[in-house]
Design a protein around this ligand. Structure first.
Ligand code: HEC
Length: 206
């Protein structure tokens, strides 16, 4: 390759970079789909998210905070390590790096709505009243309710560690559990952040 060709290649590469840097992401064309597929399930009417993210007007005021939470991988809330261990997960909640980058540059560019004639695809998500595996497995065979608890209007997070008798008999216990889902009941959706498994107390492990 002679110098002239090298120069042409270098100029071509620079040109390409220019195009990439200029590409502007918009809500209607790029961001709505990511948010609809990954956030609306919780951030919708009746969902556990503190605000709704179902359209541009709802999303726009939150853009800077969305950028922060997404870039730090705090949202969607799924703290699975993305550097170590099996990465090929079924039902993976994590955003792809490309999706994170799209949201970050969209916010950096001032979170534009984009072409009003481009209608963003509607979120295809289950309503908060549905069970996740209802289509395949039917309604749950057993619903174990926690006891009711009054949450003060002010204050920090409360961590409840409740032990409930599920009333499971030997015949049920011997069959295989296919799915488990934890859901806030009724008004509790307004105060529940999350629930997770914890080690049972020693006394129950005997
Ligand atoms: C599994 C349910 C769930 C999903 C999915 C989810 N969120 Fe959230 N989000 C929450 C909950 C619950 C909170 C409140 C948590 C808290 O304040 O600690 C929250 C808080 C936030 C906040 C901070 C609000 C504040 O006032 O501090 C932002 C921003 C946010 N979510 C954006 C997103 C975005 C963007 C996505 C998708 C990429 C997403 N969330 C996906 C449940 C969810």
């Amino acid at each position: 390759m002679n110098i002239a060709k090298l120069l042409v290649v270098a100029v071509a590469l620079l040109g390409l970079q220019g195009v990439v840097a200029q590409e502007q992401f918009t809500y209607n064309e790029d961001v709505a789909q990511i948010i609809n597929e990954n956030c609306v399930v919780c951030h919708q009417e009746g969902g556990i998210g503190p605000m709704h993210l179902t359209n541009f007007d709802q999303v726009r005021p939150w853009a800077p905070l969305i950028q922060l939470k997404v870039a730090n991988r705090e949202m969607p809330p799924y703290a699975y390590d993305h550097g170590i261990g099996i990465q090929d997960l079924i039902g993976d909640w994590r955003l792809q790096q490309e999706e994170i980058d799209t949201i970050v540059s969209w916010v950096d560019a001032g979170s534009p709505r984009g072409d009003v004639d481009v209608i963003p695809p509607v979120a295809q998500v289950k309503s908060p009243g549905q069970w996740n595996f209802e289509a395949e497995l039917g309604a749950p065979d057993l619903i174990v309710a926690s006891s009711s608890y009054d949450i003060p209007a002010d204050g920090n997070d409360l961590w409840l560690r409740e032990i409930v008798d599920p009333g499971v008999t030997a015949s049920v216990a011997s069959s295989c559990i296919k799915a488990v889902q934890v859901k806030p009941r009724g008004d509790a959706a307004a105060v529940v952040h999350h629930a997770g498994p914890r080690r049972p107390p020693r006394s129950l492990l005997q």
